[in-house]
Design a protein around this ligand. Structure first.
Ligand SMILES: [Zn+2]
Length: 345
């Protein structure tokens, strides 16, 4: 089948590739409709590796996907041909200890699309377990369906924060993950979100998504803004979504006593943070790695209208222009959040 193949660092081709897949009794075959371009796809393209995951042989990119069920395995009861779906890209070993403990995202054996050596889904079809394939509500488009994957990260972060109604949250970084974390925090009960970045167009967009106060940290002090909005108390939750070394180390400044910090962004190198600053506030510190059990809730919130990801989908490309789409994503303008690729139907 024709696929977008990362041959090696810096080299993409749109070509035929032979992918051996068989439809098991609990699997479905999905005709891919839309695939979002993720920062990780771009990083494999430009660097050939993320941490221990190194591209050593040609790999199909893409893991943020939606499509239509075209074939179902003999034992599948929950889905039928024609269902519009989105897919959770990480498949754990169902019998692993992590899976049995309910933390399947941490299963060392997890197989995740477009993480070497596993092929992604920028291709016409894929076979996937029915259990990791979720029906889209009628009012949720394929484009929105392909946003569930990044949204799931924000949902998982909101879960980890244990939001109480009325909490005030800070989101550090207004990239795609910062944006979906802000939406998840509001849907989870936060009264308002203060979001930071250095790119004004991203902040301007964020401010249109709900009760979100943008702070350009080139011009304003986050701590000052938070103190003003909270009568000096601080934010109940700080979501660190920038991965920026300095920002990730300074998360306790704007935090309220007894507050919670959730590390979502991945710094490229180890960071140091001020333990005493965390201690004097008895900060609770959480970390997220991908997500678990949040697709149904994300889809329910999109279906009910509590979460609208449409404003985040800023750029669309045709499958035949996939390489152009990736080169665009490498040099993403500050006015863009999420670029998606549509496959021919
Ligand atoms: Zn992604």
């Amino acid at each position: 089948m024709e696929a977008l193949v990362l041959e090696k660092k810096d080299k993409l081709t749109l070509r035929d590739i032979d992918i051996k897949e068989t439809l098991g009794p609990h699997d479905v075959r999905i005709g891919i409709n839309t695939v979002g371009i993720c920062g990780s796809d771009v990083h494999y393209y430009t660097h050939g590796a993320i941490g221990p995951f190194v591209v050593k042989e040609p790999m199909v990119l893409g893991h943020e996907a939606s499509g239509t069920v075209v074939e179902v395995g003999a034992a599948v009861k929950t889905l039928k041909v024609g269902d519009r779906v989105c897919m959770e890209p990480g498949i754990p070993d169902p019998n692993s200890k992590a899976t049995r403990l309910g933390i399947y995202n941490l299963d060392p054996a997890v197989v995740f699309w477009a993480t070497p050596p596993i092929h992604g889904v920028l291709r016409p079809t894929v076979i996937h377990p029915a259990n990791f394939t979720f029906k889209l509500p009628d009012n949720v488009s394929f484009a929105e369906g392909a946003m569930v994957e990044p949204l799931a990260v924000g949902m998982h972060a909101a879960n980890k924060a244990k939001i109480k109604p009325g909490d005030v949250a800070v989101v550090v970084g207004a990239g795609p993950i910062g944006m979906v974390t802000a939406l998840s925090a509001l849907a989870g009960g936060c009264s308002q979100v203060i979001i930071t970045d250095v790119q004004q167009p991203k902040l301007d967009l964020a401010a249109t998504l709900g009760p979100i106060v943008p702070v350009n940290v080139k011009e304003q002090s986050l701590t000052e803004v938070v103190n003003k909005l909270t009568d000096g108390w601080g934010a109940d939750i700080v979501f660190e979504c920038s991965g920026n070394e300095k920002a990730a180390a300074a998360v306790f400044e704007a935090l309220a006593p007894g507050g919670c910090v959730v590390y979502v962004g991945m710094p490229l190198a180890p960071i140091a943070y001020d333990v005493v600053a965390a201690q004097v506030k008895e900060a609770r510190v959480e970390h997220v790695f991908r997500y678990a059990h949040v697709y149904p809730r994300a889809l329910a919130l999109m279906g009910s209208g509590k979460i609208d990801v449409k404003p985040l989908i800023t750029d669309k490309f045709k499958f035949k222009d996939s390489i152009e789409a990736f080169d665009f994503a490498v040099e993403m303008p500050p006015t863009s959040v999420k670029a998606q690729i549509e496959l021919p139907q």
